[in-house]
Design a protein around this ligand. Structure first.
Ligand SMILES: [Zn+2]
Length: 322
C-alpha cells in the first residue's frame, strides 16, 4: 500500500509539470500576439492620421439595443390645426391644450397697464372665419404696432377650439372632442347641461358638458382671464346675429361696448333675437368674474373675415373704458 502510494505521487508531479508548462506557453503566446496586434494597429494609425494626432481607431461595429414601438401608445399631436406663424413677430404663449393635445395660443401686443382680450374660434371649424380674422389682426398689429395705444396690452387667443377646427369647417366642427359646445360650458350662474332647443342651433347633438367648466379648453381660458385684470373682451362668432352684451341680464358697460362695436362695424344691435336662451357663455362668465365689459360679436357670414370693419372695431375696442 505504501509503495503504490509513492509511485502515484510521482505521476501527480509529472502531470502537473506538463500542465504548468502548457499554461506558461499559452500565456507567453497570448502576450506575443497582443504585442504584435498593438504594433500593427499603431502602424495603421500613423498611416491615416496626421503626425501628432491623438485620433483613436474607430470601432468597426456598434451594438445598440433596438426599441420595439408600443402599439398602445398614441403620441400627443402638438400642432395647430390651421398652421399660422408670424414670420417676424412675437411667439405666442401656450395657455393650455385641447383634448387632442393641440396647443391653445395667446399672442400679446403692447406693454400698457390696461389689458384687453380677443378670443376667436370658440365654435371651432363651424366658425373658422373668426380664426382667419384673428390671424389677419395678429399680422396687421405686428406690422403696425401703433395700432395698440401706449397704455394698452392686447391679448389675442386665436383659436380656442383647435380640435373642432381640425375636424371640419362646417357643422361638424362646432363642438370640442367631447361633443361639448364650449360657449355653454363656462361655470356661469345659469349653466345647464341641457337646454330648450327652440330658436337655438340644432344641426348636431351637443351638450353644455358633464359639469360646468368640465372641458380643458374652457379651463385654459378661465385661468388665463382669472390671472389678469381684463378691461374688456370680445368673443368672436359667426354669423349674422349681431353683438351680444355679457351678463344675465346684460350689464350696462357691456351694453355700451356692444353699441360702440355695432356702430363701428354695422353689425346689428340690439342683436337678433331668435328666441334661444344662452347658458354658460364665455361673455357672461367673463363679466361675472371681473372683466369690465364683454361681448359675443358675430361676423356677417361664414365665409369672409370683414377685416376692414373689424379693424375699425379694434380701434374702438382698445379705447373703450368700461
Ligand atoms: Zn358661435
Amino acid at each position: 500500500m505504501a509503495r503504490r502510494r509513492k509511485s502515484s505521487h510521482a505521476w501527480v508531479y509529472v502531470i502537473w509539470g506538463f500542465n504548468g508548462f502548457a499554461i506558461l506557453s499559452l500565456l507567453a503566446f497570448s502576450a506575443l500576439y497582443q504585442t504584435s496586434q498593438r504594433a500593427s494597429a499603431a502602424n495603421e494609425t500613423t498611416a491615416t492620421a496626421p503626425p501628432g494626432s491623438t485620433q483613436e481607431i474607430p470601432p468597426t461595429s456598434y451594438f445598440l439595443p433596438t426599441l420595439t414601438p408600443n402599439p398602445f401608445y398614441t403620441p400627443p399631436v402638438f400642432e395647430t390645426s390651421t398652421p399660422f406663424e408670424l414670420a417676424n413677430g412675437p411667439r405666442p404663449a401656450v395657455i393650455g391644450f385641447s383634448l387632442a393635445g393641440r396647443p391653445i395660443e395667446a399672442y400679446t401686443f403692447g406693454v400698457g397697464e390696461k389689458e384687453y382680450l380677443i378670443v376667436a374660434g370658440i365654435h371651432g371649424g363651424y366658425e373658422w372665419n373668426t380664426i382667419a380674422l384673428a390671424n389677419e389682426l395678429i399680422t396687421h398689429i405686428n406690422e403696425n404696432p401703433g395700432a395698440i395705444p401706449t397704455d394698452v396690452t392686447l391679448y389675442i387667443i386665436r383659436n380656442m377650439n383647435p380640435d373642432g377646427e381640425a375636424r371640419d369647417h362646417g357643422v361638424d366642427g362646432r363642438v370640442n372632442n367631447n361633443g361639448v359646445d364650449l360657449n355653454r360650458n363656462f361655470p356661469t350662474d345659469n349653466w345647464t347641461k341641457e337646454w330648450d332647443r327652440d330658436g337655438c342651433w340644432i344641426y348636431r347633438p351637443t351638450t353644455g358638458g358633464a359639469y360646468a367648466g368640465s372641458e380643458p379648453e374652457t379651463r385654459s381660458v378661465m385661468s388665463f382671464i382669472r390671472s389678469r385684470k381684463i378691461e374688456a373682451m370680445i368673443s368672436y362668432h359667426s354669423a349674422a346675429l349681431g353683438v351680444f352684451p355679457g351678463g344675465v341680464p346684460w350689464e350696462e358697460p357691456s351694453k355700451q361696448l356692444a353699441k360702440a362695436l355695432a356702430k363701428a362695424t354695422g353689425y346689428p344691435y340690439p342683436p337678433i333675437d331668435t328666441g334661444c336662451e344662452y347658458t354658460g357663455t364665455l361673455a357672461d362668465w367673463a363679466v361675472e368674474n371681473g372683466v369690465g365689459a364683454s361681448v359675443d360679436m358675430e361676423l356677417s357670414n361664414h365665409k369672409g373675415t370683414d377685416f376692414e370693419e373689424n379693424l375699425k372695431a379694434l380701434k374702438v375696442f382698445l379705447n373703450f373704458v368700461p
